[in-house]
Structures are given as C-alpha cells and as structure tokens.
Design a binder for this molecule. Structure first.
Ligand code: DGY
Length: 322
C-alpha cells in the first residue's frame, strides 16, 4: 500500500502532480483553511502531511496523534507555527524549505527599504485616490524622502537571507554592518563589519533589517530599549517574523517620529495586525509576501514533496528540522 499523504493547503500544481504519482494523496484543491481541531481528526488516517505556515500545529495536535503520522513537511523556511518540541517527543520528523526562498525574501527586503525611505505608500495612495492634482508641486517638500544610496544597513541575523539582502544592498553602495550570534568568516562577511552586541550596532544604522528566525531569543529583539538606540532618521525593516518586534515600541517610535519610517512584511498575530500600523504614513506594510513569487513557491512546494519522497524511500532528508 502506498503511504497516505495529506496536503493541508493548495501547493504548486507540478508539486501536487509529482506527489500524486508516488503517494495516495489528499489535496486541498479548494484551499480552504483547515482549523486545527479538524486537522487533528483528519490527520489520524495519514502517514505524512505537507503543511504551510498558515496551519496551526500546536501541542494538542501532537498529543492527539495515534502513531500513524511520521513526517510533516512544511512548505516554508520558518516553522514557528509548529510545536517542534512536541513533534520531537512523538518522534515525528519535521522538514522545511530553506535556501530556495533566499532571493525572493532579499528582493522584498530591498523593496521595503526603498518603499519606506522614499515614502512610496503615501505617493501611491495619492495617485490611486486621484489626489495628486490637488497637491502643490513644491520642489523641496512634495513627497520628499531619504536617499538609500551610500547609507549604512545594519543586518540583525546574517544567515542565508541576510547575506543575500546585504549583497543586493551593496548594489546601492550601502555599507553593511551586522549583528549575529557568531562572527562570520571573511568570505561570508564579504566586507561587512561585525558587532557582537546589538546595542553597539544600532546607533550606527541608517536602516536596520531583521533576518532571524522566530525563537525565544529573538522575541522583541527590537523593543523600547533597543529602538531608542536608533538615530532619528533610521528605518526599520522586517521580513522575518512579527514576534521579533515589540509593536508598542515600534508604533510609539513611528508615531512620535523617534525614527523615520518602517517597512514591514510580517506582523504579530497575522493577518490581524495591530491596527495602529494602518494609520501611520511612515509605515509601509505588506501582507507577508516575502517569498511570494511563482518560481519560489514552486521550488518550495517541490522541496516539501521531495522531503516526503526521501523519507518514504529511505533516503536522507533534504532539510530536516528535527
Ligand atoms: C517562510 O518560508 O517562512 C516564509 O515566511 C513564508 O512565506
């Protein structure tokens, strides 16, 4: 009998076809979200599951398993939606999809840097609401933002995505500095300067961009105390996870012009982000689309399917979390 695989959400067509060739597959063609309470019952019939960051897979999910499920292959590099230590205790393999989304997320980082510093949200709204014609075309005031070229970008978390964001930022003549658990080799640093203490780096940042995973250690890495170290012209960028930022602290800084702007793709409690962000002209917001390109989502979907394939064929997993 072929192993039974449940796919919780719609993934790329090619990946679904590949999965169906090898496995007894249940797809979610309508892409309806499955609440965790239902997923807990449905999954009891399956040997493997392909999940996405939209699924909640908590302690109760693992506590209710009956021993059939052996692997969850997440389509996504982040897996903060999965209660990893309970997966481990139940000996369920968890895989993710690193690397294939590095460029897409780094592109989004650059997009946010440009959009936040050049006031693109405000400018776009002006045209879309047909209000451009009502503006005074003032050479020194109309939609004037800050230049990016030649500025200093501080990267929090110089992993795979952080390093590609740094590479793209160098094309704008940006100087790269970074804070990381460990100093990188000269090769990986590629000219970036290392700070072992984030508090020493922040005062030097014209832009600061977060590229860490969501862990207990990185929760609220930008908070009242760290944000207060940024210069008034600084721009905060986040494409990692909302939990890395204390919303009260960032909103206070934006409302009271303690920093210049923010560009955010990720939020606490997505999609129900703190509504105060929506009233801030100096905050450019996106609905968590960092990896949302056709090419990247296909590669992510394929990698999840390949992890399932390797697992059930006794081959080494491509990207094992636990
Ligand atoms: C990830 O892979 O974790 C991304 O945030 C999903 O787009």
């Amino acid at each position: 009998m072929r192993p039974k695989i449940l796919v919780t959400r719609k993934i790329s067509d090619l990946a679904e076809k590949k999965l169906e060739k090898e496995f007894d597959t249940t797809l979610n063609l309508k892409d309806e979200p499955i609440p965790e309470s239902e997923l807990i019952n449905i999954v009891k019939d399956y040997d493997g599951m392909i999940s996405t960051g939209f699924d909640k897979i908590s302690e109760s999910f693992f506590k209710n398993l009956n021993g059939k499920l052996k692997i969850i292959a997440q389509v996504g590099v982040g897996y903060d939606n999965i209660a990893i230590k309970f997966a481990e205790s139940k000996k369920i393999k968890i895989t993710n999809t690193p690397n294939v989304l590095n460029e897409a997320v780094a592109e989004t980082t650059i997009l946010l840097i440009l959009a936040a510093s050049r006031r693109i949200g405000e400018a776009y709204n002006l045209v879309r609401t047909d209000n451009w014609k009502n503006q005074k075309p003032d050479l020194t005031k109309f939609m004037i933002g800050n230049s990016v070229t030649g500025k200093t970008l501080g990267i929090i978390g110089m992993g795979r995505i952080g390093r590609i964001a740094a590479k793209y930022a160098r094309a704008f003549g940006m100087k790269i500095i970074y804070y990381n658990r460990n100093k990188l080799s000269n090769d990986l640093e590629d000219g970036a300067s290392y700070y072992s203490d984030i508090k020493d780096m922040l005062p030097k940042c014209d832009f600061v961009s977060i590229h860490t995973p969501a862990t207990a250690e990185t929760k609220h890495i930008l908070n009242f105390s760290t944000i207060s170290l940024l210069p008034r012209h600084a721009v905060v960028i986040n494409t990692s996870r909302g939990s890395t930022i204390d919303d009260d602290a960032l909103i206070d800084a934006l409302e009271n012009k303690k920093i210049y702007a923010a560009g955010l793709d990720v939020f606490n409690n997505e999609p129900n982000l703190d509504k105060r962000y929506l009233n801030l002209d100096n905050c450019f917001v996106l609905p968590h689309v960092g990896s949302a390109t056709h090419e990247t989502r296909l590669a992510m979907s394929m990698m999840a399917v390949d992890n399932i394939y390797c697992f059930f064929n006794g081959k080494p997993l491509i990207s094992e979390v636990v």
